[in-house]
Design a protein around this ligand. Structure first.
Ligand code: PMP
Length: 393
């Protein structure tokens, strides 16, 4: 028998404390079972439009196989600036206010590392994308949950925010349209939040990766309000709206001082985002909006179907304004969200994500992604209906 020569654990306290994502557990389980319909994953069922793939292949053929500048191709940054201006009325300078990253994920990580000192508090509006609190902790900060609730359709109310602000609060992370609730905020509602942010002199990190997937009204960015651009780091990417999750391409835009600090960290740790992916993204921004509009049309139809079906089977479900998730309440079943998800998977072979993994306010709900075909959604809803009838809903 071999004996180890290691006399101690080499893991950092930070790594030891980090909890594995609650989403993965379900996918590992579901992937070992046959015939499962997954409403679990947060990625489009569409493949990247071929002309985008071709642009990337073409860049390889032309021999563009080296690094780009650390901040990303200037041509791509210029196109991002044009897009943000045209679409959301946001004005940035491509030279020093934009950085191209490895997905929105890396933009979030590097933004937090650029702004946080040890012990700084960051408000995290929950339920939310599972990476925020972990990224705050990894950057040495302290995540502080600001729970939202079904009563207000998971919108962030100014008083909920103000209650959690202390003298250590440095920033707040916002994500509308939201993962997992699909909630959007109107212009007036965001303006009210912006007032609190300015009053307490906070920074905002706004993850608007689902901005294109807005079904009820035009998307509004919090960066657009008076006095907000200088205190907002705008984060987005190509994964969702452009169906490019595997390309790993995102970006951040914001005040030059912060973007340049992010760039310093990025150049030492990443160098630059993948070159061939940057050429694909350039094509997506230049000629891909028709593809996005087609996908949005399909998502809207699926959203309407799912919400109606949940209401018909007797589970409360608000009509989300964006993203590709619905977040129905399962409280009437008397099950916890974990029990519901586990039993539904074993008894009916439908994978959903229990709401508790998304933080405070998520318990009593499940996240169902509609980034899957309408026929699969129909079958999933038959199964969920049969399942909930057992619990006398
Ligand atoms: N932000 C949100 C809100 C997300 O839901 C996701 C993916 N699930 C990401 C960021 C990560 O995006 P990317 O693929 O660009 O890293």
């Amino acid at each position: 028998m071999k004996t180890s020569t290691m006399k101690r654990s080499y893991l950092s306290e930070t790594a030891k404390k980090l909890k594995p994502s609650g989403i993965r557990k379900f996918f590992d389980l579901a992937s070992q079972m046959e015939g499962v319909i997954s409403l679990g994953v947060g990625e489009p069922d569409f493949v990247t439009p071929w002309h985008v793939c071709e642009a990337s292949l073409d860049s390889l053929e032309r021999g563009y196989t080296g690094y780009t500048s650390n901040a990303g191709l200037l041509e791509l940054r210029t196109e991002i600036v044009k897009y943000l201006q045209g679409k959301f009325n946001l004005t940035y300078d491509a030279e020093d206010e934009v950085i191209v990253t490895v997905g929105a994920s890396q933009a979030i990580d590097v933004a937090l590392r650029a702004i946080l000192d040890s012990g700084d508090e960051v408000l995290v509006v929950e339920p939310c994308f599972v990476a925020y609190s972990a990224s705050v902790s990894l950057a040495g900060g302290v995540p502080v949950a600001v729970p939202t609730s079904a009563e207000s359709e998971f919108k962030l109310l100014p008083e909920q925010l103000e209650q959690k602000i202390t003298e250590k609060t440095k920033a707040i992370i916002l994500c509308f349209p939201n993962n997992p609730t699909g909630t959007t905020m109107s212009e007036q509602e965001l303006d009210n939040v912006a007032d609190i942010v300015k009053k307490h002199d906070l920074l905002v990190l706004t993850d608007e990766i689902y901005a294109e997937l807005s079904y009820n009204e035009e998307h509004v960015s919090i960066a657009r309000f008076n006095g907000m651009k200088e205190r907002t780091i705008y984060i987005s990417g190509f994964s969702k709206a452009f169906a490019m999750t595997g390309w790993r391409l995102g970006y951040a835009a914001g005040p030059a001082e912060i973007i340049q600090a992010m760039l310093k960290i990025h150049q030492y740790t990443i160098m630059c985002a993948p070159t061939m992916a940057q050429y694909g993204a350039l094509e997506a921004l230049k000629t891909g909006m028709d593809d996005v509009n087609e996908m949005v049309k399909s998502y809207r139809q699926r959203r309407n179907f799912l919400v109606k079906s949940f209401q018909e089977i007797g589970l409360d479900c608000h009509l989300p304004g964006g993203a590709f998730y619905v977040f129905p309440s399962i409280k009437k079943t008397g099950l916890t969200s974990e029990q519901f998800a586990e039993r539904l998977l074993h008894e009916e072979k439908v994978a959903v994500v229990p709401g508790n993994v998304f933080g405070e306010g998520g318990e009593g709900h499940i996240r169902c992604s509609y980034a899957t075909s309408l026929s699969e959604l129909q079958e999933a809803m038959n199964r969920i209906g049969r399942f909930t009838r057992k619990y006398a809903v």
